[in-house]
Every structure is written in C-alpha cells, then in structure tokens.
Design a protein around this ligand. Structure first.
Ligand SMILES: C[S@@+](CC[C@H](N)C(=O)[O-])C[C@H]1O[C@@H](n2cnc3c(N)ncnc32)[C@H](O)[C@@H]1O
Length: 215
C-alpha cells in the first residue's frame, strides 16, 4: 500500500465511523499511561503521539499537566475530531498531518508513543523509514512506547494486514540503540466483542548507543 492509498483508507475509516465503532478505540489508554509514568513523564516533557488519531492519550497527558504534546496522523479528519473534542484544553497541542514513513521531524522528543501504527508497516522499506524517523526524533536518553498486536493476535487490523511482535522481537527490530525497559500485555475488546491482543513495550534510547536499527 502506498502513501496515498494509506491516507485514503484511513480518511474513509474516520469519515464513516464514530470513535465507538473504530475497532481499537480505548476510553482510557491505561497501559500507555502507566508506561509513560515509568518513562518519567512530567509537565516539561516533550511528547509525540504517532498515529494518534482520535485517541485520548494526548488528552490524558494534558490532564496530567504535560504542556508540550504533538499528535501526528495521516488522517486530517481524525485530527480535526480530536481537536474539536479537546476544545480549549487542546489549544497548545501541535497537530501534524503526515505519514510517518515520509515525515521529517524538526525537533526532538522525550517520549514517542505509538499504539497500533508500526504494526501496519509490513514492507521492509516502510519499517526502515519509520525507524530512521524514530532515531532522529527521539532524544538520547528519551523513551519510546510502541504497542502492536502480539504474535498470536489478529492478522489484520481495520482491514489491513499487520506485522505482529513480541516485546523481544520488537526489541530486535529496533536494534541495539534501544533498551527494552518494560512491557505489558493487554487484551482490547472491540465494540463487536472480538479480542485484540496487544503488547506495549517501553524502550529507552541509549545515551551512548549508535542510532542504527536492528530491523
Ligand atoms: C488503529 S488506529 C490507532 C489510533 C490510536 N493510536 C489509538 O490507539 O487509538 C491507527 C492510526 O494510525 C494512523 N496511521 C496509519 N498509518 C499511518 C502512517 N503511515 N503515518 C501516520 N499515521 C498513520 C491512522 O490514521 C490511525 O489513526
């Protein structure tokens, strides 16, 4: 799937469905918030939610006093919906309409969060582009939370094929520059009652490590 097809697919998902009907939507992103706390998030942290869509992760960070939050997604409709839900509380959020496989970050972040985006990258070239972006965008000593379906989880998400990971295989994919600090398993139940098994891994970007990825 190329960048245009990907954008059209997700625009259609968000235009056609309410939050409730998006299979992966969480009322409270508990595992992400728990790992963000372990990463030492505080009001001065600079955070980006990759493929944040209409997720409440940004909102929960704002509620915890985090002032510098960015949300990136290739769907403008999703970001517009998220922005309107937040209203004035979201006035300081940076909304970035971009595809993570071609985006060039202009700044560095303390925390990179991605729930259910990396696993859609089933082509080696797209994964390499994502990892290059991650390497450039996360500060040395900063953190990344990446959540994907687990190896025995669903083979598709929102109708698209996914690459599934364990915390260990994701760690190998990210490479030596990232230390796996912690992980959680979580079962998300979709609005129509099927189970999506996720792993959430928290990585620290080594201060001294080279930023070459393992892939
Ligand atoms: C399964 S949804 C997850 C949304 C959100 N992270 C959550 O946990 O509720 C995947 C999201 O990633 C976005 N997305 C998919 N591929 C992307 C890409 N290559 N670059 C940026 N966003 C992407 C979609 O528009 C969608 O909002």
């Amino acid at each position: 799937m190329n960048e245009n097809d990907r954008r059209d697919h997700w625009e259609k998902v968000y235009v056609d469905k309410s939050d409730f009907h998006l299979s992966g939507y969480e009322e409270v992103p508990s595992a992400s918030l728990e790992l963000a706390e372990h990463a030492g998030i505080n009001s001065a942290s600079v955070v980006i939610d990759i493929g944040g869509g209409t997720s409440r992760f940004a909102e929960c960070l704002i509620d915890r006093g985090v002032r510098d939050v960015s949300v990136l997604d290739l769907s403008r409709s999703a970001l517009d919906a998220n922005r309107s839900r937040l209203g004035l509380r979201g006035k300081d959020v940076t909304w970035l309409v971009a595809d993570i496989t071609t985006w060039k970050s202009e700044r560095q972040y303390d925390l990179w969060h991605d729930r259910a985006v990396f696993h859609f990258l089933v082509k080696e070239k797209d994964r390499a582009a994502y990892l290059d972006c991650l390497n450039k965008a996360v500060k040395a000593g900063g953190h990344a939370i990446i959540a994907t379906f687990v190896p025995d989880g669903p083979e598709k998400c929102s109708g698209l094929p996914v690459e599934r990971y364990s915390p260990e295989s994701l760690s190998v994919t990210l490479g030596e520059a990232y230390k796996l600090l912690e992980y959680r398993f979580d079962i998300h139940v979709t609005p129509w009652g099927s189970e999506q098994r996720f792993q959430f891994s928290l990585f620290e970007k080594r201060k001294d490590g080279s930023a070459t990825s393992g892939r």
